[in-house]
Design a protein around this ligand. Structure first.
Ligand code: R5P
Length: 288
């Protein structure tokens, strides 16, 4: 078994190789003057189970091409089995045609990964579980929420409530909360007019309690900032934000902290300074 490190996931690939007790391969890569990507697997992989680890985070299109080139090179070079590990699955939020004429981008991405040569695929907290049904190969969506829950145990939280950022994140909140036997709930958004949305906490009173907002992705931080404002108004004690994928574009982290969030907790599906939890043991266990 060999783990190949894509450039977006070098740290995680190293941790995964260590967890699996196998060799880590660092591909040779360069950029041609016309911006094309050059990749070479500098080792024999014939007959091996090859695991390519590459998140398709920003720069998304470059990382996706790199993933495809690595998968097809491994296949062409005679690997016995090729596993794609895509810890953060880019384009997952474009899983529907929201407006007539739109591309359903994630479907195309699934086809690219499969036709590049993957025999199976593992991802973590993909935006919608149903997306993996686009694959004809075995595809698995792992949840980092129990790992996040276990991390929360270190924070010494007072009467904690784990709060899904929306109804879609309620299951995530429940999974994380179970690890610390905490209460869980979600934020409900009601559309008042085409441009106005009212957000409220569905059931629980948050006053004087520590709150952990959980979501799959924190991108611009807009969702967390909005939620933090509501929680502060309702006299929550401390507010934390936890997510699997710290996309955190531009000044998102600064905005979130400025909104009174004490700490942002994330995993290493995307390498970021908030990545305090590794999903390597989770992926290693699933692959084994
Ligand atoms: C949306 O459905 C996702 O689960 C996240 O809530 C969303 O992607 C977060 O984005 P932002 O940080 O830009 O509000």
């Amino acid at each position: 078994m060999k783990v190949i490190a894509g450039s977006a996931s070098e740290l995680l690939a190293g941790r995964l190789a260590k967890a699996l007790g196998c060799h880590l391969v660092k591909p040779e890569r360069k950029r041609f003057p016309d911006s094309e990507t050059y990749l070479r697997i500098p080792e024999e992989v014939k007959g091996e189970h090859v695991i390519v680890v590459q998140s398709t985070c920003s720069p998304t299109n470059d990382n996706l091409i790199e993933l495809s080139l690595l998968l097809s090179a491994a296949k062409d070079l005679g690997a016995g089995r090729v596993t794609a590990v895509v810890p953060y699955f880019g384009y997952a939020r474009q899983d529907k045609r929201f407006k007539p004429g739109e591309a359903i981008s994630v479907r195309t991405v699934c086809k690219i990964i499969e036709s590049a040569g993957a025999d199976d695929m593992f991802t973590v907290d993909i935006h919608e579980d149903g997306i993996i049904k686009n694959f004809a190969i075995p595809a698995y969506n792992l949840s980092a929420m129990p790992l996040i829950g276990r991390y929360l145990a270190k924070l010494n939280l007072h009467a904690p409530v784990v709060l899904g950022a929306d109804q879609g994140s309620l299951v995530r909140a429940r999974r994380a909360a179970a690890e610390i036997s905490a209460a869980y709930d979600y934020l409900e958004k009601t559309r008042l007019t085409p441009t106005e949305v009212a957000t409220k906490i569905k059931h629980l009173n948050v006053a004087a309690r520590d709150i952990v907002l959980v979501d799959d992705i924190i991108s611009t931080g807009g969702t967390v900032v909005e939620a933090a404002k509501i929680l502060k108004k309702q006299k929550a004690r401390k507010v934390y934000a936890a997510c699997t994928h710290p996309v955190l574009v531009g000044k998102a982290l600064r905005r979130i902290l400025a909104a009174g969030v004490k700490k942002v907790i994330a995993t290493d599906t995307i390498e970021h300074k908030t990545s305090v939890i590794s999903v390597a043991p989770l992926i290693a266990e699933a692959i084994r």
